[in-house]
Design a protein around this ligand. Structure first.
Ligand code: UT7
Length: 329
């Protein structure tokens, strides 16, 4: 079997137009802008329109990434969509996106690893390029989390938002490989800490379950918080060690945007200064799998990354799942 290298040839992102501010949330639940900003760092988030499913968000991010990469959609041979908020139970959201993009030559599937979904999909997509026979792969992380948000639960509804981010992966000679190391992990024993209880085969939707609000997202925030910092630090130290790259060589830490206190904790433990930790959660809240590729695209479009820069990405989410990836731009 031939082995190749893989590069990120283009990035893209999209957030819906509707801005939901903390002040608006003050009118919906018993909360304050001050509490949300102090405890999370979030000031506003975006909410997709009723006629804007996850694949529509993914479409906008994907077309940007394809244009950036100079790759027409017809040349894609694989589409992977990381999402926990699919358009439909099946067909998979990759197929819904394929139809929008007109990418007839792509095989399509979705992957669900909650907020860590982009890191998982990046690793899967990269390995499909390296040794799976695929040449041009679109990896999109897209979430319409607002569909799962319980707008009566102040403990969760202030946290989440909708959005999408995308990268195009392209085959390059082996020595040009730019995804230097990845580390993925999971612990299903903690499944109940962050989940949507009903809607799958474990607990099919019934009128009673809807009345009990079991079709909405539940989270034990404090427990998740503690586990998140340790997991992201361990995974990040793992990829740095594997690639023999020191943290002071890393240009950007791009963490999953869940909570400013988690991001600061991870940055501090890794020993990277704040000015090299990318934060946009004030604008979008927690967009689950989409948060890292949205942040990556912002860095790229703002010209904040040069060729050869090291970018360290790290995420944590429901499952529990976590992962880190180190790439050289
Ligand atoms: O994306 C994947 C993973 N998800 C995460 O990483 C999220 C991890 N967890 C967190 O970010 C934080 O735990 C939260 C932001 C969810 C909560 O912050 P916290 O500092 O852990 O607060 P808490 O849950 O311990 O609650 C503290 C107090 C409670 O009141 P009492 O019991 O002390 O009287 C809550 O009822 O804050 C109260 N509270 C609120 N008050 C005003 C909880 N939510 C709100 C709210 N507004 N929105």
């Amino acid at each position: 079997m031939d082995y190749f290298g893989v590069e990120i040839a283009g990035t893209g992102s999209y957030v819906p137009a509707r801005v939901l501010t903390n002040h608006e949330l003050e009118k919906m639940v018993d909360t304050t802008d001050q509490w949300i900003v102090e405890r999370t760092g979030i000031r506003e988030r975006r909410i997709a329109a009723a006629d804007e499913p996850t694949s529509a968000l993914a479409y906008h991010a994907a077309t940007q990434a394809l244009t950036h990469a100079g790759v027409p959609a017809e040349e894609l041979d694989l589409i992977i969509v990381a999402t926990l908020s699919p358009d439909t139970p099946f067909p998979n959201t990759g197929c819904h996106l394929q139809k929008r993009l007109n990418a007839p030559n792509a095989a399509c599937f979705s992957l669900e690893a909650a907020c860590s979904g982009f890191i998982f999909a990046l690793k899967v997509g990269a390995d499909m390029v390296r040794c799976g026979g695929f040449k041009k792969v679109l990896v999109v992380a897209a979430e319409k989390l607002s569909m799962f948000v319980d707008w009566t639960d102040r403990g969760t509804c202030v946290l989440f938002g909708d959005g999408a981010g995308a990268v195009v992966l392209r085959r390059v000679p082996r020595e040009g490989d730019s995804l230097l190391a990845t580390r993925l992990g999971s612990d299903g024993n903690y499944a109940d800490l962050l989940n949507v209880p009903a809607g799958g085969s474990l607990m099919p939707i019934t009128h009673e379950r809807i009345d009990q609000r079991l079709n909405f997202l539940k989270m034990s925030g404090r427990e998740v918080f503690k586990l998140a910092v340790n997991a992201m630090v361990d995974a990040s130290e793992g990829v740095l060690a594997h690639a023999e790259v020191r943290i002071d060589q890393v240009r950007w830490l791009v963490p999953h945007q869940a909570n400013m206190r988690i991001i600061s904790g991870v940055g501090k433990r890794l020993g990277i200064p704040n000015e090299r930790v990318y934060v946009n959660l004030d604008k979008y809240g927690n967009t689950s799998a989409a948060s890292i590729p949205i942040a990556l695209d912002e860095i790229v479009r703002a010209g904040k990354v040069q060729r050869g820069d090291y970018i360290l990405m790290t995420a944590f989410g429901g499952g529990l799942t976590w992962g880190s990836a180190l790439c050289r731009w």
